[in-house]
Design a protein around this ligand. Structure first.
Ligand SMILES: Cc1cc2nc3c(=O)[nH]c(=O)nc-3n(C[C@H](O)[C@H](O)[C@H](O)COP(=O)(O)OP(=O)(O)OC[C@H]3O[C@@H](n4cnc5c(N)ncnc54)[C@H](O)[C@@H]3O)c2cc1C
Length: 460
């Protein structure tokens, strides 16, 4: 039996790992494999920071698994097809009849798994990426919900009725540790600013739940406040289990599942958005192929002006909040949710660029790049998605800046060239700059009111 790690580099709440450990009883040690397929990952637009983050965690997992009696081999191959060829040869050579893994949601990954089965290798799959199993939250006619709020209600009803499975490390069978003398220098590399998942789990998550969550609903929209959990890289890469997160949440706030109007519920609401987009992709695989959820928008004639796209990517739109957000992305590999909405709206509505260009660019930069959440977010902003914002709702980037970065502190962190601009001009400093004959910022690439009218006409 071979345990195949994919988007689940963790020992807690890992049903595939538990299955293998339970069947190891009596035998010496277990075998596990993880493919480092950088060419395939880049073809899927994974960012360099995400690749670094994953490889680091894979190396760490190898040490952890050794203490459970399992040898994890990290094998470098280019593409999914090479993974299949490798597994085929490996299983034949070692007389392995069964490969065990946690399922992956995405289309290419699923096609790869089907190909493995065609080679005659039994693939036993579990589900470890969601709290409620995909396909279990359905409306009265047995279909997936097309609106978030009723999905959420049904999701909560399911959890209240059936609970959710969680496998803690303590429940894993014990084996003698393997000798390992491999030492990896792990606190280096592009993702070094991010904690390892187990440190995050031990220190940051409880801290967030204890001290930040009660104010989350008030603070979550202000990019300068660090009011959100920043757990997304860990959830996106399967390093922390969403069921673990819910369990911790309930441990801290036992009545939470019933108290949907409470302040504390706001964070779980976002976790349920994550579930919504994953369930949606499960029911609508066309989303993996970047098709519009709402097919009437499939043929929109986006303007796709290359120069404006480059200005957006390079943080040179002339709208300080948009530019500061894009610098946050390129400098840290992460962007605050409010800003993701603002810059996505700007790209699709102010400069009429295909949301898929933005989706792809985000993926190539984000440490938490996740096909379902990213696709959901982009289609929400572009109004082409499921339960998206209506096309005539167009964020005013200046107003957003005044509301959510009133003193301009966030802007000045990422646009130090505007450090001396007074608060009242920081949100759109062009007049101030002209009056003072300064040469510190680039002109705005579009005028808001005109862009808004153009977008409405375009969507109509
Ligand atoms: C255009 C756009 C693109 C996005 N791309 C991604 C992406 O590639 N990967 C990703 O994980 N999230 C994405 N999001 C959702 C959201 O912005 C991030 O999950 C959030 O900013 C991560 O920060 P956090 O962990 O501090 O979030 P918190 O506010 O602490 O939320 C906790 C968790 O809930 C989930 N969550 C929160 N908001 C959303 C949401 N709107 N949709 C789905 N799940 C959500 C995430 O897993 C998040 O980590 C995108 C949103 C937009 C508008």
């Amino acid at each position: 039996m071979l345990l195949w790690f994919r988007n689940d580099l963790r020992t807690h709440d890992n049903p595939a790992l538990q299955y293998v450990l339970e069947r190891l009883v009596g035998s010496d040690s277990g075998r596990a494999i993880f493919f480092i397929s950088e060419k395939q990952w880049r073809q899927h637009d994974w960012s360099e920071i995400k690749i670094d983050f994953i490889i680091k965690h894979a190396k760490k997992l190898a040490t952890e698994l050794a203490s459970l009696g399992i040898t994890l081999e990290l094998v470098k191959v280019d593409y999914f097809s090479d993974q299949l060829a490798y597994l085929d040869e490996y299983c034949e050579r070692l007389h392995i009849k069964e490969v065990v893994a946690n399922s992956e949601l995405e289309y290419n990954e699923q096609q790869r798994d089907k190909e493995l089965a065609k080679k005659g290798i039994k693939l036993t799959l579990f589900e470890a990426d969601v709290i409620v199993p995909k396909g279990e939250v359905l409306n009265q006619s047995g279909s997936m919900f097309r609106v978030f709020t009723p999905f959420k209600r049904a999701w909560l009803k399911y959890v209240n009725q059936f609970g959710f499975k969680y496998i803690s490390k303590e429940n894993l069978p014990e084996f003698s540790a393997l000798e390992t003398n491999k030492k990896h220098a792990l606190n280096q590399g592009l993702s070094k600013a991010w904690l390892f998942a187990d440190d995050f789990e031990r220190d940051q998550l409880p801290l967030f739940l204890r001290s930040k969550l009660p104010d989350y609903s008030n603070n979550r929209d202000f990019p300068g406040m660090a009011g959100t959990s920043e757990i997304s890289p860990y959830l996106a890469a399967g390093l922390i289990s969403p069921r673990y997160v819910l369990m911790q949440l309930i441990n801290h706030y036992p009545d939470l599942l019933m108290a949907t109007d409470s302040n504390n519920f706001a964070w779980l609401n976002e976790i349920i958005w994550r579930e919504f987009y994953r369930h949606l992709m499960f029911h609508y695989p066309k989303l993996c192929k970047h098709q519009c959820f709402n097919s009437k928008y499939q043929q929109l004639h986006w303007h796709n002006d290359q120069q404006k796209f480059a200005a957006w990517q390079q943080a040179k739109t002339g709208y300080p909040l948009v530019d500061a957000a894009m610098r946050q992305l390129s400098q840290t590999g992460w962007m605050h949710n409010r800003l993701r909405m603002v810059v996505a709206s700007f790209l699709t509505k102010h400069i009429l660029i295909d949301w898929r260009w933005g989706e792809k660019y985000f993926m190539s930069q984000l440490i938490d790049g996740d096909l379902a959440a990213n696709n959901g977010g982009w289609q929400w902003a572009a109004s082409t998605g499921c339960d998206a914002q209506p096309y005539f709702r167009i964020f005013n980037p200046i107003r957003q800046s005044e509301r959510f970065d009133a003193t301009g502190d966030f802007i000045r962190t990422y646009l130090p060239e505007l450090a001396e601009v007074p608060d009242k001009h920081i949100h759109f400093p062009h007049q101030y700059i002209a009056n003072n004959n300064l040469n510190i910022y680039w002109p705005a690439i579009v005028e808001h009111k005109q862009a808004r009218l153009q977008a409405i006409a375009f969507y109509k």
